[in-house]
Design a protein around this ligand. Structure first.
Ligand code: ZN
Length: 438
């Protein structure tokens, strides 16, 4: 492309983007400088040069450095040469370039009419018509390089007016993006800063929530001892009989051996995970009918005293229905403990849930000595506090997950917000990778 044409395009672009005289002149100077360098050919294999200059121009623009105009001019020069068809016969080239220079810059609809009018094969015509739409569509800085290189013709056919107009359209879009307002970039930075602040707040809340869960885990893990209060009378699972309702034979009561067996089975299934242990243990109400000898009084006619009834005491067997609660492995009743009350069943369940099983043998032995409040109201009180702590723990866990989701969303939002094109740090990092230090 002729020097005069490069200048002409630079001036058109400066006009379209309302650049100041000084800026316009720098753009013009940059637009013609490659022709005084020995880096021919300019019309191909200049992709990386174009990329470097575009990024450098944007970086300089964000830094208020007016050299951005001349640097951009260099990139535009290569793009314009890229759009200059090189005829197969060398001496025709100058002729072609002269005709490019004399061609007018057209708007979208006039250019389409011109394409329709030109003598071109159908396929080439189709391609150019589509290219007009693609080249005249706006892009964001991030997509700028693919805009430049993907919107290039495949056909060998052209006309000087096409070379000029496609070069102009591409260069205008590149320049428009390089000069996207700095305010946009500052605004981006502010909103990203605000998001980072939000993220900090969330992660502080997350840490506190985590601490609370840990302390609740520790507290419930210390069940039952940590919940005992002073002055409570404490008994043990052993020696028997501690919870023998009348009429229930010894085998059907809480028994340290039973508890040890059940714990062994739970340990085999759920190891040290309290939630899993709790899950595998079920409490179910049961009934037991027992024959009990009982003294009854009844009135009977006394044969010696005619007609006179007297009260006589005698012993007889009666059925006694006893309700109890069976704690067993869910879906498997081979290991169980029968407890005389629901509270005690839940108490034993919680004990098994938190029993230190790192040394199961000693734990099983210590179970025989395991303390249990003697008064039912104390067991209830203890289970009530324990239940509240567990409920709070569940709430905090749900809260923790909510916080995690929120943090993920904010992180995503930050990465969406950080527009590469506006982020000077990122642009400079890419330039370093490309070997450009300005
Ligand atoms: Zn050139």
């Amino acid at each position: 492309m002729l020097e005069a044409t490069h200048k002409k395009i630079a001036r058109e672009i400066a006009k379209a983007l309302s650049l100041e005289e000084h800026e316009s002149s720098l753009l013009e100077v940059g637009s013609v400088s490659p022709d005084s360098w020995a880096d021919f050919p300019h019309h191909r294999d200049k992709e990386s040069e174009i990329e470097k200059r575009i990024l450098e121009a944007r970086a300089r623009y964000l830094e208020n450095d007016d050299e951005c105009y001349s640097v951009l001019g260099i990139a535009l020069h290569y793009i314009q040469d890229m759009w200059t068809l090189s005829p197969r016969i060398e001496d025709k080239h100058t002729e072609w370039e002269k005709r490019i220079h004399l061609s007018p810059i057209l708007d979208k609809s006039k250019l389409k009419k011109e394409i329709e009018r030109l003598v071109l094969p159908k396929k080439a015509k189709e391609e150019y018509l589509q290219l007009v739409d693609r080249c005249s569509s706006r892009v964001n800085g991030e997509q700028l390089l693919s805009y430049v290189f993907d919107n290039y013709r495949q056909t060998d056919w052209s006309a000087p007016v096409l070379d000029l107009n496609f070069a102009y359209m591409s260069c205008l879009e590149v320049a428009r993006n390089v000069f996207l307002p700095r305010e946009q970039s500052e605004e981006m930075q502010r909103s990203v800063d605000a998001l980072h602040e939000k993220l900090d707040g969330l992660s502080r809340a997350h840490a506190m929530c985590n601490e609370r869960i840990k302390s609740l885990e520790q507290k419930t893990g210390g069940f039952p001892r940590i919940y005992f209060e002073q002055g409570w009378s404490i008994g043990r699972f052993d020696p028997q009989p501690l919870f023998v309702p009348s009429g229930v034979p010894r085998t059907r009561i809480v028994d340290a051996v039973q508890v040890s067996n059940l714990f062994g089975a739970v340990w085999n299934r759920a190891k040290d995970d309290p939630n899993e242990r709790e899950r595998v243990l079920t409490v179910r109400p049961k009934q037991y009918t027992s024959k009990v000898r009982k003294k009854v009084e009844e009135k009977r006619k006394h044969c010696l005293w005619r007609g006179k009834e007297i009260e006589v005491e005698r012993e007889m067997e009666v059925d006694v229905v006893v309700e109890f609660f069976r704690l067993s492995i869910t879906g498997d009743e081979s290991y169980y403990v029968d407890c005389p009350s629901l509270e005690i069943a839940h108490y034993v369940r919680a004990v098994l849930t938190h029993l230190d099983a790192r040394s199961s043998a000693s734990s099983l032995n210590s179970l025989r000595e395991f303390p249990i409040p003697l008064k039912a109201e104390h067991i209830r009180k203890l289970l009530d506090k324990y239940g509240k702590d567990k409920a709070e723990m569940e709430r905090e866990r749900a809260n923790l997950q909510r916080l995690q989701r929120k943090m993920q969303n904010v992180t995503k939002e930050i990465s969406r917000k950080i527009r590469y094109w506006d982020n000077l740090r990122d642009i400079n990092a890419s330039l370093k990778k490309l070997g450009v230090y300005y």
